[in-house]
Design a protein around this ligand. Structure first.
Ligand code: NAP
Length: 338
């Protein structure tokens, strides 16, 4: 039987790499986007035509279009979910589309006879709300979204994954379900509309940060994340599985050092001095982007990604390669002016 996969949020960063890999591997691929007026733009980034990537309009917040998009599909990658650049006014701005959109996608998949859905969750659903833990997080860990160390995006991903798993438990069989839980994603960009997750690196290269706050994250490569999604679609015996995909935890200070060492003059605007916590807290009073990341200040959240490597055979790139490729891509596309 032909394998046809619906990729939701085809305009997104991870989705672009997943679609390209799926097409290379011979899948029939279709996608959803919010606004069909962007179809040519999205296909242009991906270097595909309308036959290779039929697009359907579907919004996470509305029932319209989901049944039509899923009809005839054997598999689904449910990737779409909002990632804000600044703290939203209320949790519902993120929680409602993330949770209700996941349930809409699952219901449409089940009605269409899809055999397996792979949903993009996040380390946000794993590594928060526990205080400081001195061991790497694993797939057995769940974020406690009621803890003050969480924020709206973290809560949206946790609530959405839980709701999806609860729905699958009650209604899913025989459809199978797997989640991929990536860390903060970097990597080359396909177009000028890139994910919010690249903002920190962009700001470093542009010299937009006065110094280096004590912020860090597990560096994760978009190409590895896409690979994990594609493998999870067909790997046998993983129904219900949860796969962390996150590389080495690095502080911004480490990332700045790598940029300066590897990019030379192109990294001349990257700061070298450390920014004390009190200054970061002060600037959060005026800057909503800084306010959103305050719970991350000084927090190292290392993740054990051995499961995805041993079970799915995904090879995670070294963080240094990801950082250098991201920076070069931001410079080559003109997103960052050297
Ligand atoms: P992205 O480029 O911002 O992609 C997000 C996608 O979701 C876009 O296609 C966006 O459509 C779509 N979307 C947002 N709100 C929507 C709505 N109401 N209805 C329909 N579509 C909507 O970000 P990404 O990095 O590829 O993220 C994709 C997934 O990975 C998300 O589930 C995210 O939570 C997860 N994730 C990302 C990271 C990371 O560091 N980037 C890490 C862990 C997990 P528009 O183009 O129309 O806005």
């Amino acid at each position: 039987m032909d394998r046809t996969v619906l990729v939701t949020g085809a305009s997104g960063y991870i989705a672009g790499f997943a679609i390209q890999q799926l097409l290379r591997e011979g899948w029939q691929v279709r996608g959803t986007i919010r606004n069909l007026a962007r179809s040519d733009e999205v296909r242009g980034w991906l270097g595909v035509n309308a036959n290779q990537l039929p697009l359907f309009a579907a919004d996470l917040t509305s029932d319209a279009g989901w049944a039509e998009a899923a009809s005839g599909c054997t598999h689904m990658l449910h990737i779409a979910s909002p990632i804000p650049a600044a703290a939203p006014k209320s949790d519902d701005e993120l929680v409602v589309p993330a949770r209700d959109g996941a349930l809409r996608a699952l219901k449409a998949a089940k009605a269409a006879g899809v055999t397996r859905v792979v949903l993009t969750s996040s380390t946000a659903a794993v590594t928060y709300g526990k205080g400081q833990i001195d061991r790497p997080f694993t797939e057995a860990d769940w974020t406690d979204e009621t803890h003050p160390d969480t924020y709206a995006y973290v809560r949206s991903k946790t609530i959405a994954e839980r709701a999806a798993r609860d729905w699958m438990q009650a209604n899913g069989a025989p459809m199978e379900f797997v989640t991929i839980n990536p860390g903060l994603i970097l990597g080359p960009v396909l177009g000028r509309d890139f994910s919010t997750s690249l903002e920190a690196l962009k700001k470093l290269l542009e010299g937009a940060l006065p110094g280096l706050p004590r912020l860090g994250f597990p560096v994760t490569d978009v190409r590895d994340v896409a690979d994990a999604h594609v493998r999870a679609l067909t790997h046998p015996g993983i129904d219900g599985g949860r796969f962390l995909v996150a590389g080495e935890f690095l502080w911004l200070e480490d990332i700045a050092r790598i940029l300066k060492a590897e990019l030379g003059p192109k990294a001349r605007k990257v700061p070298s001095i450390k920014l004390p916590d009190f200054l970061v807290k002060l600037s959060a009073l005026f800057d909503p982007t800084v306010k959103m990341v305050l719970p991350e200040l000084g927090r190292a959240r290392a993740v054990d990604s051995s499961h995805v490597q041993t079970v799915l055979g995904v090879r995670l790139r070294p963080a240094e390669e990801t950082i250098v490729d991201t920076a070069n891509s931001l410079l080559e596309t003109g997103i960052v002016k050297a």
